[in-house]
Design a protein around this ligand. Structure first.
Ligand code: SF4
Ligand code: SF4
Length: 236
């Protein structure tokens, strides 16, 4: 199997380049994940840079672009990718080294939507007081809270590529919607007002690259659509 990896060390390379590695096919099983192959390659070549942590698709640290699609290498089977795999860093982010990208703008955009519950201060500071939700209210949060912030979605979004400093991106908007629909949050109207800007929620064109890229099966595009409806309703 041939594995091509786009490499770049801004500290020492004048330009990015693609390096070709080879692994013996017989040593790649039906259940071998792509991350395992990268780990074998790093034994061959300790200079190869990539991130990984939990190796179970939970921490979201090993997002990368594989044969043109964003995915998490730890939960991506190697065999179905074919005998020639091309791995690139997540698109749209500055490269720190090889497959390691700088996600600061992604985290800044997430932080900007205040991704935490704002409830009545008196009630939330009282440990004896529960802020209850009905099963139906709780169910509305399904499909939002499971996000692991891997950035596979935002990194596949053209609107985020062009304006990562203005457009929050699908992951941040999914989080924004998660708190807008939470029955315990008391700042819904303020949240909707702050998202009611052409360069924010309405920069999404619903191409759905984000939904196709999400390794957790979430649907940021649908959440953004819901957000748009609520924003427009909030105007009247
Ligand atoms: S649907 Fe919206 S958020 Fe998702 S990739 Fe397209 S423009 Fe980006
Ligand atoms: S919505 Fe999906 S792809 Fe986007 S950051 Fe969350 S888990 Fe990753």
């Amino acid at each position: 199997m041939q594995i091509l990896i786009d490499r770049y060390n801004p500290q020492s390379d004048s330009a990015p380049y693609t390096q070709s590695y080879h692994l013996i096919d017989d040593e790649i099983g039906e259940d071998t994940m792509l991350l395992e192959l990268l780990q074998r390659l790093r034994i061959q070549d300790p200079t190869l840079g990539f991130r990984s942590s939990c190796q179970e698709g939970v921490c979201g640290s090993d997002g990368m672009n594989v044969n043109g699609n964003n995915c998490l290498s730890c939960i991506t089977l190697a065999k179905p990718l074919g005998n020639r795999i091309h791995i690139r860093p997540l698109p749209g982010f500055p490269v720190i080294k090889d497959l390691i990208v700088d996600m600061q703008l992604f985290y800044d955009q997430y932080k900007n939507v205040d991704p935490y519950l704002k409830s009545d201060e008196k009630l939330s500071s009282d440990p004896e007081h529960e802020i209850l939700q009905s099963p139906e209210e709780r169910e509305k949060l399904d499909g939002s809270y499971e996000c692991i912030l891997c950035a596979c979605c935002s990194s596949s979004c053209p609107s985020f590529w062009w304006n990562p400093d203005l457009f929050p991106g699908p992951a941040a908007l999914l989080a924004a919607n998660r708190f807008v629909i939470d029955s315990r949050d008391i700042t819904t109207i303020d949240r909707l007002k702050s998202l009611d800007k052409a360069e924010k929620t309405f920069r999404c064109r619903h191409i759905q690259n984000c939904t196709a890229a999400c390794p957790k099966g979430l649907n940021p595009s649908r959440a953004i659509q819901g957000l748009k409806h609520k924003i427009v309703k909030n105007r009247s």
